[in-house]
Design a protein around this ligand. Structure first.
Ligand SMILES: [Zn+2]
Length: 221
């Protein structure tokens, strides 16, 4: 087996990482230096939901599986990129949008929603992203899909300022089925080869609701 290409689908994680409204900003602080101590060490402070990361069922369900106990098969497998670029702000991705891909989707397939919204990362418009409808999420769960990634802060609609909070239908359906969601992906357009293999293993943060990942798409062969 030969990996002929690796596409990095992750944002760098640091002070400029855009976080979900209200979440703490990641801070990296130097605590040892080569000049003073002989080596570099960095103190890292961040939320479990920082940058490109995975959600565990525990994120929405108190009795749900924590990130360090999730089956790693959820984070590695053949990926199907669903092209939903060019959509208006705050528009729904529905079952009709999944229809052309249905024959490619089987249990264990990793579905990557390519909205193109990662270009707005760092701006307020990033939160006006397209989102997956609850019906489409239910259809994916029924097909045996347990991993959905998106190049936006959430697969659910992020309420505009002053708008009431939503009821998180995609989080509830996918995480309620024991699955995971990978958020804040980028560079999905660079997956321009057939049959990509996706990998995004989360850091095994003990008992946590989610963790940063280094998401990649691999071209094998
Ligand atoms: Zn999350």
């Amino acid at each position: 087996m030969r990996v002929s290409r690796i596409v990095d689908l992750s944002h760098p994680l640091g002070r400029t990482t855009q976080v979900y409204p209200g979440d703490p900003v990641p801070v990296l602080t130097t605590v040892a230096t080569v000049e003073r101590d002989g080596y570099h060490v960095t103190h890292v402070s961040m939320s479990s939901q920082s940058g490109t990361h995975a959600d565990a069922p525990y994120h929405f369900f108190s009795d749900g599986t924590r990130i360090d106990r999730l089956d790693l098969r959820l984070f590695t497998g053949p990926a199907v990129v669903v092209d939903v670029t060019g959509r208006p702000a705050r528009s729904a991705i529905g079952t009709d949008d999944l229809a052309p891909y249905r024959s490619l989707l089987r249990p264990g397939t990793i579905v990557l929603l390519h909205t193109g919204w990662s270009v707005y990362h760092g701006t307020d418009h990033y939160f006006a992203h397209p989102y997956l409808s609850g019906a489409a999420a239910a259809e994916l769960v029924a097909m045996g899909i347990r991993t959905v990634g998106i190049d936006a802060p959430s697969p659910d609609r992020t309420p505009a300022a002053g708008e009431a909070a939503g009821d998180w239908p995609v989080h509830r359906r996918m995480l309620g089925a024991g699955g995971t969601l990978i958020e804040n992906l980028c560079r999905l357009a660079e997956i321009d080869f057939p049959d990509p293999l996706f990998s995004a293993a989360p850091i095994a943060l003990e008992g946590a609701d989610g963790a940063p990942v280094r998401a990649v798409a691999l071209r094998v062969g």
